[in-house]
Write a protein that binds this ligand. Structure first.
Ligand SMILES: [Zn+2]
Length: 217
């Protein structure tokens, strides 16, 4: 079996979004670009994340052909493909239906940059792509039309959230922070004021975060 590392990332992440209750049941989906190949690994459609195996993953080329795998790929495969084709910097996509972010998607309101971690991990307000039915090519088009050149997160109107990154860990982190930011923004709304960070601080925080962490000497 080829592309074990990518399959493993997708499987582990799918299990985590389920365990973390970012999705219920088999909703949501996860994909990983196979570097230097026009290929991606994506979760199969409608399968239980907890019993899914590495072999069950669908390997898809960029013309939407199933290259390897026994099962139908996620119904959102056109959306994932459109993003990879338009953004060569994105290596993984995590799509969830987490409740606080989805509340913003229902309200058709951007998630504002109100926390330092929002600035660090996402770095921009999370916009809302206009509504189209799940799995449709129109949804993929709406996503591409609303996705900024460097955006890492996007809401799908009346549906859910997309997190993107270099790998699945990055994309998942984006989902967690978007969900937390949406929750805090909702509470702050109840308290009467949602104060966003200023653009200069957002820029500096986001830049600094790229170099954050420990490096082995
Ligand atoms: Zn969905």
């Amino acid at each position: 079996m080829k592309y074990l590392a990518e399959r493993n990332e997708v499987l582990q992440t799918a299990q985590e979004i389920s365990a973390a209750r970012l999705v219920n049941g088999t909703w949501g989906n996860v994909s990983r670009r196979v570097d230097e190949q026009p290929l991606m690994v994506i979760t199969p459609s409608g399968m239980d994340y907890n019993t899914m195996t590495l072999e069950d993953m669908a390997l898809i080329d960029f013309d939407f052909n199933l290259v390897e795998g026994e099962y139908k790929p996620s119904s959102e495969t056109p959306l994932h493909l459109a993003i990879y084709k338009n953004r060569s910097d994105i290596g993984a996509i995590v799509h969830v239906h987490s409740p606080w972010a989805t509340a913003f998607a229902v309200a058709h309101q951007d998630i504002p940059v109100i926390l330092e971690e929002t600035a660090q991990v996402i770095g921009h307000p999370v916009k809302v792509a206009s509504y189209a039915r799940c799995g449709s090519s129109e949804l993929a088009t709406n996503v591409i039309n609303n996705l900024g050149k460097h955006d890492k997160a996007l809401l799908l109107a009346n549906h859910g959230l997309l997190g993107m990154g270099k790998n699945t860990a990055d994309a998942l982190r984006v989902c967690y922070i978007a969900e937390k930011t949406a929750m805090i923004a909702s509470y702050a709304t109840m308290l009467g004021a949602v104060n966003t960070l200023n653009p200069e601080d957002i820029k500096v925080l986001s830049e600094e975060f790229k170099y954050y962490g420990q490096k082995k000497k």
